[in-house]
Structure formats: structure tokens, C-alpha cells
Design a protein around this ligand. Structure first.
Ligand SMILES: NC(=O)C1=CN([C@@H]2O[C@H](COP(=O)(O)OP(=O)(O)OC[C@H]3O[C@@H](n4cnc5c(N)ncnc54)[C@H](OP(=O)(O)O)[C@@H]3O)[C@@H](O)[C@H]2O)C=CC1
Ligand SMILES: O=C1O[C@H](COP(=O)(O)O)[C@@H](O)[C@H](O)[C@H]1O
Length: 487
């Protein structure tokens, strides 16, 4: 895969919206600053408001001043603003896409269309682009989450896009795949023989994946209450982390090599049905509590909320992967809003040793543990046993931690935001960090089975006070198997 810069007409539909202002424009600035944008790359903003080119540039400058946190470089900002073009289109009016046709230049530049709008507009945009005759085999389309709320709606969205774009033109975003540490899972697993040879049911006891959030729903009641934490976080981000931890080695780094292996894991997930849902899942909803000493309202009291909502803001799952590598190795997943702290990590618990020759010092030798800290304080730690130095007292053991903090090991390296990496990959044309249609749909199929099982149960989500680790029942989920969450 060539990493050469390519001149693009990077077109943002919904350029005045929240995602574009907060993430996309600042990421493009960072790419420009790092010298990763071709000198002929342009940024074409599409929205439905009357704006002069100058007014548009002023708005984008405001976004940069607001959202680029440190060291906004006036020279880079000027260069970036010089790349901007504004095009007014009512996205639901196909005739208006002619204006875009007049601006773009596909002889010199690859057209990348970023749909930073609700999925209900995808159909209109695809038709509009088609109507204007500007879709060539080189044209790309970037789709934001959510790709549906279940299998049927995701198929509908994918079918809509497929009428105009082939799969190798479609880049479905999951911003977790753009995170440095999530990508590092590949390096850790496939560039270190100690892990490649110790990564299955022979050596691993179980795996825990935690994505804990401190934030609540941030004023997004309308979206979140329809969705819940399972659709919002598990179907996409946690499933992606799980597949990267569990997949077989891909033959190379090509987009499809990796995605084929991830798909196989999704296909091997044991369904959680009405028969097993009580034993394998826990749903929670936060009540009022304290986050870092600050009082915060409960989910039902959030602005715009419905006091009778049974939407979950927390979920914990025991996931079994029915394949050779992972037989009898459960993966425990949990994610929630308003938890004690923001922390995402993967913890691999290795099996206990079959025999303990150090009984006099340590009655029960603990399991070795590999902790992969995804965010914040990114790093990798290994918990292991060592002898305490000293003579005359026999062998005394102590649990010790080998801790590699990325900020220390790679100090001086700026950690790029996930969107910077993903935008760059769309320009280069590398699909490996984007979700293929069959992955999205397989993942929804598995989630739908759980949602259906919950729908059949009269059990509401369990309440947990904001600022805790979720409902006590999630502790019981592991305790039943003689295990406990990493705290
Ligand atoms: N915001 C975020 O952090 C994230 C967002 N997403 C997804 O990204 C997408 C965009 O989200 P977000 O930016 O928050 O949404 P916004 O509502 O802030 O932005 C959407 C933009 O689309 C424009 N728009 C709507 N209808 C039309 C139309 N008919 N013609 C032209 N423009 C139109 C709106 O313009 P107007 O102002 O005129 O109404 C608005 O500026 C959504 O699918 C969301 O789920 C995904 C992850 C994170
Ligand atoms: O996609 C989403 O992700 C965020 C969490 O992302 P992170 O990068 O801060 O870990 C989550 O808060 C949001 O609800 C969800 O839509």
C-alpha cells in the first residue's frame, strides 16, 4: 500500500455541523501541519446556508481557534484556510449537486466524500452525486456511525450506498480503529514472539475488555435513548477491540487480509439467546451520584429525558468464541457511562501454573497478567512474580509489574487524534482501518439476538450510582465463574 500523498478534493457534507467543526476541520489542520496533505489538496465544505467564501473561512477559523487546543500555528491555519471552498447544496435536492460538479476536479484530484450528516441523508447524497455524474471508480465515500440500529436498518443503509458505490469505495468509520493503542494491538500480537506463541486456550485463562466513560450522555438524549450503550459502544468499538485481540494472524497488512480474520471471529461468537441472557449479560442505568466530587444527575433526570426510560447506560457481557483457539476462554466485556473514571483497557489473564514449588512463600501463585492500557495513560504492563533480593530467608516471592508507559517510551512523539489517522487513510486509499459491510452486518446480527432476548424479559436495567463501576450484578457475572474484574 503506497503511503504517497495524493491530491484530493476532500468534501465534507454537513461541514457546519458538530462533528465537522469539532473533529474533521481540526484534524485536517493537524495533517496540514505535519506536512501530510498534498499541496493541491482542497477541502470542499457543503452545507445549505447562504455564505460567502470569506464567511465560510471565518467560521472554519473559529472552529480551529476553539478546538485546536495547543499551539495553533497562524501560518498553517492560513494555508489550511486557503484550501477551503464552500458549496451551497440542499442535500435533498439532486439538481443542486451540479454546483459541486463545477468545483471539483477529478482529473487532478481524488474525490473523497465525507458524509458528516445523519444516515437518513445518505440516500439523497448518493443520488445527488450520481445525478451530477461525478462518481468515478476512484471516488470514495466515508460513512459515519451509526450504520443502522439493527441488522435490517444497517442493510438498508448499506444497500442505499451500494447502489452508487462499490464496497472498495466505501470507508465506514469506527474511530477506535484510528486510536494509536488500538492499532498497537496488531504490533503487540504479531511482532512479538512471546505473545504470538502464548495466545490461546493453552495459556490464557480469560480476557477482560473495559471501556469505562466518565461522561454521561452529553445532551444527546434523543440519539442515546434510542440507542443505549450496547448499540452505541459494544456493536462497534468493543467488538472491534475483541476481534483484534481474538483474530488469527492475517497473512499481511492488506485491508481485506485483516478484515477477513476479524469477520471469522464475529462468525464464531456464540449467540446470547433468551435462554442464556440472564446468566451472560448485565444491563445498568446510572442514578444520581458524584464524579470526581461533583454531583451529577441520574440518567432519568438528564435534560430532555423520559423518566420511564429503560435504556441501558451500562452493559457487561460474557462472550464465548466457539473456535479452536478460544475454546473455554471467556471474554468479559463491560462499558458504561458515568463510571468512576475514564479508562479503556484489555487485560489478558494467563493460566495458573499447574504446580507451586514456592508454597512456603506464596500459598497460591497468582496468574500472570498482561494489561494493555488503551486510554488514557497509554501503555502495556505485565504483572509477574520475582524473588525479593536477600539471603538467609529462603526464597521470598513478590508480585511486580513491568510497566511500559508510551508517554515515557516515546516521549516527544505527538499522539495523533483517531480522526487524523482515519482521514489520512481515506486520502491514501487504505481500507484496513475501516469496517467492511459483512463485518458491520455480522456484528449487528449478534447484537440483535441479545436485544431480542432483553426485549422478551421484563427485567429493567439495574441502577448504579454515577461514579461507581456499574451495578453489583456485573461483579456477580464474573464471580459465578470464580473471577473478578480488574479494578
Ligand atoms: N458529533 C460527533 O461527535 C459524532 C457524530 N457522529 C455522526 O456524524 C453525523 C453528523 O453528526 P453531527 O455533526 O453531530 O450532526 P449535526 O446535526 O451537528 O450536523 C449535521 C449537519 O447536516 C446538515 N444538514 C442536515 N440536513 C441537511 C440538508 N437537507 N441539506 C444540507 N445540510 C443538511 C445540518 O445543517 P443545518 O445546521 O442546516 O441543520 C448540520 O450542519 C451523524 O450521523 C452522527 O451520528 C458520529 C460520531 C461522533
Ligand atoms: O462513539 C462514541 O464514542 C464515545 C467515546 O469515545 P472515546 O474516544 O472518548 O472513548 C462515546 O462517548 C459516545 O457515546 C459514542 O457515540
Amino acid at each position: 500500500m503506497s503511503m504517497e500523498k495524493k491530491a484530493c478534493d476532500f468534501t465534507i457534507f454537513g461541514v457546519l455541523g458538530d462533528l465537522s467543526r469539532r473533529k474533521l476541520i481540526p484534524s485536517l489542520y493537524q495533517l496540514d501541519k505535519a506536512g501530510l496533505l498534498d499541496e493541491n489538496t482542497r477541502i470542499i465544505g457543503v452545507a445549505r446556508h447562504e455564505l460567502s467564501q470569506e464567511d465560510f473561512a471565518a467560521k472554519m477559523q473559529n472552529s480551529l481557534e476553539t478546538f485546536v487546543k495547543k499551539g495553533l500555528d497562524p501560518k498553517v491555519m492560513k494555508r489550511l484556510l486557503g484550501r477551503l471552498h464552500y458549496v451551497l447544496i440542499n442535500l435533498d435536492v439532486p439538481e443542486e449537486y451540479k454546483q459541486l460538479e463545477e468545483v471539483i476536479d477529478q482529473e487532478k484530484r481524488v474525490l473523497v466524500n465525507y458524509f458528516s450528516v445523519a444516515p437518513s441523508l445518505f440516500d439523497d447524497i448518493c443520488k445527488g452525486l450520481d445525478h451530477a455524474g461525478i462518481v468515478t471508480p476512484e471516488t470514495r465515500v466515508v460513512l459515519e456511525k451509526p450504520i443502522g440500529r439493527d441488522l435490517a436498518s444497517s442493510q438498508e443503509i448499506n444497500d442505499t450506498v451500494a447502489k452508487v458505490f462499490t464496497e472498495n469505495q466505501v470507508y465506514r468509520i469506527d474511530h477506535y480503529l484510528g486510536k494509536e493503542t488500538v492499532m498497537n494491538l496488531l504490533a503487540l500480537r504479531f511482532a512479538n514472539s512471546i505473545f504470538t506463541t502464548n495466545w490461546d486456550h493453552n495459556t490464557i485463562d480469560h480476557v477482560q475488555i473495559t471501556v469505562a466513560e466518565e461522561v454521561g450522555i452529553e445532551g444527546r438524549w434523543g440519539y442515546f435513548d434510542e440507542s443505549g450503550q450496547t448499540r452505541d459502544m459494544v456493536q462497534n468499538h468493543l467488538m472491534q477491540i475483541l476481534t483484534l485481540v481474538a483474530m488469527e494472524p492475517p497473512v499481511n497488512m492488506d485491508g481485506d487480509s485483516i478484515r477477513n480474520e476479524k469477520l471469522k471471529v464475529l462468525k464464531a461468537l456464540r449467540p446470547i439467546t433468551a435462554d442464556t441472557v440472564e446468566e451472560k449479560t448485565v444491563r445498568g442505568q446510572y442514578s444520581a451520584g458524584f464524579i470526581k466530587g461533583q454531583a451529577v444527575p441520574g440518567y432519568l433526570e438528564e435534560q430532555g429525558g423520559n423518566p420511564n426510560s429503560t435504556t441501558e447506560s451500562f452493559v457487561a457481557l460474557r462472550v464465548d468464541i466457539d473456535n479452536w483457539r478460544w475454546a473455554d476462554v471467556p471474554f468479559y466485556l463491560r462499558t458504561g457511562k458515568r463510571l468512576t473514571t475514564k479508562r479503556s483497557e484489555v487485560v489478558i489473564y494467563f493460566k495458573r501454573l499447574p504446580h507451586n514449588i514456592f508454597k512456603d512463600s506464596y500459598k497460591k501463585l497468582p496468574r500472570n497478567k498482561l494489561v494493555i492500557r488503551l486510554q488514557p495513560d497509554e501503555g502495556v504492563e505485565i504483572e509477574m512474580m520475582n524473588k525479593v533480593p536477600g539471603i538467609g530467608k529462603g526464597i521470598k516471592l513478590q508480585k511486580t509489574v513491568l510497566d511500559l508507559s508510551f508517554s515515557d517510551a516515546f516521549s516527544g512523539e505527538r499522539v495523533a487524534d483517531a480522526y487524523e489517522r482515519l482521514i489520512l487513510e481515506t486520502m491514501i486509499g487504505n481500507q484496513s482501518l475501516f469496517i467492511r459491510r459483512d463485518e458491520v452486518e455480522r456484528s449487528w446480527q449478534w447484537i440483535d439476538t441479545i436485544q431480542n432476548a432483553w426485549a422478551q424479559s421484563s427485567e429493567p436495567p439495574k441502577r448504579y450510582p454515577a461514579g461507581t463501576w456499574g451495578p453489583v450484578a456485573s461483579v456477580a457475572l464474573l464471580a459465578r465463574d470464580g473471577r473478578e474484574w480488574e479494578e
